[in-house]
Design a protein around this ligand. Structure first.
Ligand code: UD1
Length: 337
């Protein structure tokens, strides 16, 4: 039987890549997005990539009556929940808005799922839930918390809410996917990340610097206890990440209860290594200067990947060079939008 998957926040960076993966594999996809951080033409682009047009509702997933209608009009089998604010710095400036939005969306979804007997949910979580007290590599059994910003706390709180919901309803099947650092873009060059304004994250800053939109990259700190002194992260290609969601859906079909699973490569790459790989595979210069550390940053963050391999039969396949090539292709094609 063809499965019908609801994607709140499905027009965004990660959601759109998951939508492409699902449509390619024959799933039906219903996207709900208020387009507060995405563009409507993503739906056209998904159709161009996959040959299938997903259903689309321009609504806020926290709007209960509107969401009710989506569930009434579509026989939803499972939900992959991406709807949420995600800018770390902004969350420090506007904590109430972050808690209101990210928690409300999730609570509304859970209530509406319950009203309609939908039991399966994959949640877009983050490695940020490991906080500052755990050493890398992060294993899923480490305690949650110690987050350095409200954005991170919303992820940790939502995980807790979902865990509690699974205790109360043993038929619920929930997987929290803890993303490491998603970068790259679809190889078609048709979908990718579109940060609003000046990017906070490293890869979009690199691509915009290479394109001449930014003068130079600030490398935040070169005195960390790492081989070259710059921060080390687990960059993962967004298409690998998307495939992890499809694997999580299959897993959740057969496994009631709550589970948290890392989606990372298990390999650390430093900021300067990423800049160097980007420059060499794309044959372009990325001017940078060393700047002070950014507050809240960790020296090293990478995943333990055994659980994803064991439970999902999934592992990341793309290289850092692939990530750099695809991010640059997207930067160049998105400039023409
Ligand atoms: C952050 C969040 C994470 C979130 C992710 C994606 C924290 C602690 N981290 O991860 O929860 O899921 O963004 O939104 O909440 N860097 C520079 N110059 C720049 C930008 C970044 O040197 O202009 C460095 C950073 O210091 C860091 C690395 O690049 O060492 C990666 O930074 P970034 O892309 O912002 O991701 P994280 O901070 O790892």
């Amino acid at each position: 039987m063809k499965k019908n998957i609801l994607l709140p926040g499905g027009a965004g960076f990660i959601g759109s890549h998951v939508a492409a993966e699902l449509l390619t594999r024959g799933y039906d996809v219903v996207i709900v997005d208020d387009l507060s951080n995405a563009r409507a033409d993503v739906i056209d682009r998904l159709e161009r990539i996959t040959g299938v047009r997903p259903a689309f509702y321009r609504i806020d997933a926290a709007d209960k009556p509107a969401l009710e209608q989506v569930f009434a009009e579509n026989a939803i089998d499972a939900v992959i929940h991406f709807a949420g604010y995600k800018a770390v710095g902004e969350s420090v400036a506007k904590p109430v808005s972050y808690y209101r939005n990210n928690l409300d969306t999730t609570l509304t979804l859970l209530e509406t799922m319950s009203d309609h007997g939908v039991k399966e949910l994959i949640f877009s979580s983050s490695a940020t839930v490991y906080g500052v007290d755990n050493p890398a590599p992060y294993t899923e059994d480490m305690p949650r918390g110690g987050c350095t910003n409200p954005y991170g706390w919303t992820k940790a709180m939502i995980e807790q809410i979902l865990q509690d919901a699974c205790v109360a309803d043993p038929a619920l099947r929930v997987v929290c996917l803890r993303y490491f650092n998603p970068v790259g873009a679809h190889e078609s060059g048709l979908i990718g990340e579109m940060p609003n304004g000046i990017p906070n994250n490293l890869m979009p800053y690199i691509t915009q610097t290479a394109a001449g939109i930014r003068k130079e990259l600030s490398v935040f700190g070169n005195d960390y206890p790492t081989p070259d002194g710059t921060g080390v992260r687990d960059f993962i290609h967004v298409v690998d990440l998307a495939k992890g969601h499809v694997a999580a859906l299959s897993y959740a079909d057969a496994h009631p209860g709550w589970e948290a699973i890392n989606l990372g490569t298990g390999c650390g790459t430093s900021v300067l290594e990423l800049v160097g790989t980007f420059a060499s595979v794309n044959d372009i210069s990325v001017p940078y200067r060393i700047a002070p550390r950014r507050s809240g940053d960790l020296a090293v963050c990478y995943a333990a990947t055994d659980k994803a391999r064991r439970l999902l039969g999934w592992q990341a396949e793309k290289t850092v060079a692939d990530m750099c090539r695809d991010s640059w292709r997207w930067q160049q094609s998105s400039a023409k939008l």
